[in-house]
Design a protein around this ligand. Structure first.
Ligand code: DGJ
Length: 510
């Protein structure tokens, strides 16, 4: 079984017993239909992705109550196999982007059984109530049917993980104000949450008494997470694949409160509540649609926790997001997956922007062309804590990494022969990764940058020497050198431009 493992606070997704790196792409919301798939695969092939993320739509899956239609799931699996890829399925169930638009028609027509939430003004909200026992039972039955079916048809483990719901929570209201919700809100905070948050001394408090200004938001997060826990636990009992929940984020750098962001999902401030409420969820994952460097890196920091494996299940499709693949690697991510990468010509961008083309995919494809042949090695090195990676930031043309006695410098926009100070690339497209293979041996790769090694201990008076620099390719887990770099290729440092190149470097001191 694919599974998430942890060692010394680092995580790996094990597939066939070894760490796996998701070089992913998610299709547009309405692209997982057989008629659309011919427009999906060419984009995924061009990208060199190894994993595709595709939705399963509840309205398609259970067209009549209790009758499940597995045909679409079967198509997704067989076509994914035909393309020699892995699959992450996204269960568009009770929640999709805070609403419930993927519920089957028979549910939409019975709002008394499957109610929406009530806003503070007493009007219904376009968001499902997390307190409906009927809705919960219906979702449990459907999700369990899905997982049971996967168990029956997927002995070869094409499906690696399942996302339970999609960006659950509520836009436009911090919580439900229905009478049932109000009653719960005025009740004591469940003891297990107090224990998990080390607040046992406040055992008898209401949400307001225990959490003050955060009470409503924490209450809603707990309510949504408890519902999803029950769906996840039932599905996992049928077939124990890794499960995760994705989050619509809040600005990680500017203090704010709902409703300026979606309330109830695993935003960074409520991760501990989600961990306590939903132990069947292996990880919570950020959908990162912020291409400002400081924000992006902060989000990676916030979700890369000792109790949470980092996965970027969605990120922007704009080429400016491509370098962040390296930032994710530098934060030990188990996967990275830009959103909406197919040729259905839907552009998830302002009017007038062009849709996905080879040109817009190219910067993402570059990442996967480079890392694809060595994805297992990169995943293993990262799991062992031996890999570091950086991404260029505007106005910061030089960055460094520390590997014990070696300091590695990454420069962007240097002049020919290394003269002068680096100016940075015209746009911050530079990125580099360095992994330690032995005491003085490293794997180095990147784009639009120059990488060099320096002796950390300046007082030693020692200089670095490139003993051997080999460019190579990975083949079945083995590094196969194709040439030795020397002369102009090493005299000024190791230059990486737009070609996917990886070098194995042995350094010494003189
Ligand atoms: C995040 C959601 O999770 C996706 O399904 C999609 O709606 C994007 N936002 C926006 O295109």
């Amino acid at each position: 079984m694919p599974r998430i493992v942890q060692k010394d606070g680092r995580y790996a997704l094990l597939v066939d017993g070894a760490p796996y790196l998701i070089l992913g792409a998610q299709v547009n919301n309405s692209s997982a239909w057989p008629a659309m798939l011919p427009k999906v695969w060419p984009a995924i092939e061009y990208l060199h992705a190894n994993t595709i993320e595709m939705p399963v739509y509840w309205e398609q899956f259970e067209p009549e109550q209790g009758r499940f239609d597995y045909s679409l799931v079967d198509t997704l699996l067989s076509q994914t196999r035909a393309h020699h890829l892995h699959l992450v399925l996204l269960w568009f169930g009770t929640w999709k982007n805070g609403s419930s638009h993927y519920r089957p028609e028979w549910m939409k027509r019975a709002p008394e059984l499957y109610p929406l939430m009530t806003g503070a003004n007493g009007r219904p909200l376009d968001s499902p109530s997390p307190y409906s026992a009927e809705a919960l039972q219906a979702d449990i039955r459907a999700f369990t049917a899905l997982m049971r079916h996967l168990k029956a048809i997927d002995a070869e483990h094409t499906v690696l993980m399942v996302q339970v719901e999609n960006e659950p929570g509520t836009w436009g209201s911090v919580r439900d104000y229905s009478p049932a919700a109000q009653k719960l809100f005025e009740s004591p905070v469940p003891h297990e949450l107090l224990t998990a948050l080390h607040k046992e001394t406040l055992a008898e408090g209401t949400w307001q008494a225990v959490f003050g200004d955060d009470a409503e938001e924490f209450f809603h997060a707990w309510s949504v997470a408890r519902y999803i826990e029950q769906v996840a636990a039932a599905g996992k009992a049928a077939y124990p694949l890794p499960l995760y929940v994705n989050a619509a984020l809040r600005n990680p750098l500017v203090p704010s409160r709902p409703p300026s962001y979606e309330s109830g999902g695993p935003t960074d401030n409520v991760i501990p509540i989600w961990k306590a409420a939903a132990p069947s969820i292996d990880l919570v994952a950020p959908d990162i649609y912020m291409n400002e460097n400081a924000q992006y890196l902060k989000v990676l920091d916030l979700y890369h926790r000792s109790d949470n494996a980092l996965l970027v299940p969605e990120t922007g499709q704009d080429p400016t997001y491509a370098p962040y693949f390296f930032a994710a690697l530098g934060h030990q991510a188990i996967g990275f997956s830009p959103f909406g990468l197919d040729y259905t010509k839907y552009a998830n961008a302002p009017l007038g922007a062009t849709s996905i083309t080879e040109e817009s995919l190219a910067p993402f494809a570059l990442n996967y062309k480079l890392v694809g042949p060595m994805d297992r090695e990169i995943a293993r090195l990262n799991f062992e804590g031996k890999l570091q990676a950086v991404v260029e930031k505007k106005g910061e043309p030089r960055q460094s990494m520390e590997f014990g006695p070696w300091a590695v410098t990454v420069s962007y926009g240097l002049g020919q022969f290394g003269s002068g100070d680096p100016r940075g690339n015209p746009e911050p497209t530079g990125r580099a990764l360095v992994a330690q293979l032995g005491e003085n041996q490293f794997l180095v790769a990147g784009f639009f940058c120059r990488v060099d090694f320096r002796v950390s201990d300046a007082a030693s008076g020692k200089q670095r020497q490139f003993v051997r620099v080999e460019e190579g390719t990975y083949d079945a887990g083995k590094f196969r050198p194709i040439r030795i770099w020397n002369g102009d290729q090493t005299d000024w440092g190791l230059n990486f431009a737009s070609a996917p190149q990886v070098v194995r470097v042995s350094v010494g001191m003189y």
